[in-house]
Every structure is written in C-alpha cells, then in structure tokens.
Write a protein that binds this ligand. Sequence first.
Ligand code: NAD
Length: 327
Amino acid sequence: MEIAFFSTQSYDRETFDRFRGDHRLHYFSASLDEQTVRLAEGFEAICVFVNDRLNGGIIRHLAGKGLKLIALRCAGFNNVDIAAAAEAGVRIVRVPAYSPQAVAEHALALILTLNRKTHKAYNRVREGNFSLERLTGFNLHGRTVGVIGTGLIGSTFARTIHALGMQVLAYDIHPDPELTFAEYLPLEELLRRSDIVSLHCPLNASTRYLIREETLAWMKDGVMLINTGRGALVHTIDVIEALKSGKIGFLGLDVYEQEEHLFFRDLSETIIQDDTIARLMSFPNVLITAHQAFLTQEALDEIARTTLNSLAEYQAGQPLTQELGRQ
Ligand code: NAD
C-alpha cells in the first residue's frame, strides 16, 4: 500500500523502515492541517500522530479524494472528529497499548527529577558548583499519590509507585478490581489527601479542565502535579495562578494544551510567541518535557508493528483488530 505519514521524525522513519515490508511509505515531516492537507490527497491511507488535525473539514476533503483509512500511531484520539470520519466512511485504527510502561516510567522520572532536583544538580556540578543548598527533596516512600485514570497506563503507574512504598489513591469512572492495593475515592477526597497527583485519563468532554481553579482548591498546599495525559486535562492559566500562590509546589508536564505549535520541533533560535508556556518555563519548580513519555525503542517498535499489521489487515479485507470502537 501507499501510505502518507505526517509529523514524522527521524526515529519514526527509522523504525517504520525496519518493519515496512512491501508497503510504500511517504514520509512528511509536516503535520497535517489545512495548509498541508493537499499532501494527503489521493492516498487511501494516512498515518498520523497526536497533533495532526483531523477535523471534519479535513476528513471530508480527504474522503472526497479517496481516503479510506486513518492510522493513528498513538493511543489517544482526541484530535480526530470520529463522527465525521464515520459519516464519510473513513475507518480509524490506533495503537491502544504500545507500551504503558514507557509512559508510566516517564511520569515517575518527572516525579523523581522534580523531587530530587537531579536536573539542577547535573548543571551545578558541570559548572563546578558542588553545593547542596536548595537541593533537599523528600522520601517518596510512605507518601500518598492520587492516580486519576487507572486504565493501561494509570494501572501500570500505580503498580510501579506502589512498589516504591507509596500509598495509592485512585479515581476512575471504571475502577480496576485488580488494583487491590489502591483505594478508589471520589475526586474531591483523592485531591484532598494526595501529596502527588498524576493524570492518566483520556481527554474528552468529561475530563477537559479536570484540574482547574475549583479542583486545585481541594489539593494540599505544595502538591506535586504530573500530567502525561493530554494538555487540556488542566486549565493552564489556573495552574499558573496555583504555582504563584504556592498551592502547587511542583509541576511536571509532558503535554500542553497548545503544544501543536511548539512540540516536536527545534525552536531554540526563534522567539517564542506563546506567553503562557514562557511563564510556565520561568518557574524553578516546573519541569516540562515535549510529549516524550512514549519515546522508548520498545514503544516505537510496537507502534510500527501494530500500525503495519492494521494496514495489512485492511489490505487483505480482514476485520481491523485495532479499529476504534472495536477494542
Ligand atoms: P486507557 O483507555 O487504558 O485508560 C484510560 C482510563 O481513564 C480508563 O480506565 C477510563 O475509565 C478512565 N477515564 C475515562 N474518563 C474518565 C473520567 N472522566 N474520570 C476518570 N477516569 C476516566 O488509556 P491509557 O492507554 O491508559 O492512556 C491514557 C491517556 O494517556 C491516553 O488517552 C492519552 O491521552 C495519554 N497518553 C499520553 C502519552 C504521552 O506520550 N504523553 C502516551 C500515550 C497515552
């Protein structure tokens, strides 16, 4: 099959080329949006990532040019107008479980780095500063973590932090009966009792701005907030106010609501126009990574294998194992 790939980076191309078989993959580094949509015209299948724009207009336009299949090489699908795709007869596959460990371990990396300030220690020592002043952390053992969303990633994260001796509180509309060590609570109680809150639910109408002024007020003073889910799970302006007041003591973000204009590119020589992220970057207790929680070799291999398998199933006219709504 001929497939147009959007938002590709070197690691995507290297991994997909290893698994591609007879498929002809057309790699574009551009993301899919109204300006680049012409690149996808005439392709029966396109492969896209988290920030490619698949709104109704783009889907209908491409369906009119022959698009039949959208392959998301990610788990989240908040960037796709699913109803428009169904109406246009365009099927959607995704990679629901490429590596929950990759994301869970990155959430833990954010916690450990913010807490023990290894990023600051690294820079200090490189400059010959061996002082330990202002590097004091706290023991994770015995602390309470609130896990919001205990699906594949959240439950993996919960098991990992439980193994470190942390108390696990959980909030999910579908509790996982296998997480016997976790105490499921209503959101307010979880937020009132947690030293660390980590977000692992999908972005949808019920979770947009789950963390906002009202829910931030329930949290402990000095709480650590970790978001490896999706940017709009938090109301960023409210979070900035909570950082200024000290309500949030540590903030670890791998996702950001306006990330499509920033992440996955080198903007080091340009003037950042987004004042909100610039303000976030100015806090000494904020750690931002650019949507890299998924980025392990194991996850990349699994993303490529699953996506190419879906394309093979489609080509053979078989049921699509990873079709959205099927799993
Ligand atoms: P999943 O579907 O296995 O789990 C999501 C869980 O959230 C489910 O248990 C569901 O019941 C729960 N949930 C849904 N709505 C809720 C609500 N209103 N309140 C509380 N819980 C709710 O998904 P997953 O594989 O664990 O992934 C979770 C999210 O992580 C994805 O949707 C995606 O946005 C994000 N993600 C980020 C990265 C990254 O690189 N940063 C990588 C993969 C996934």
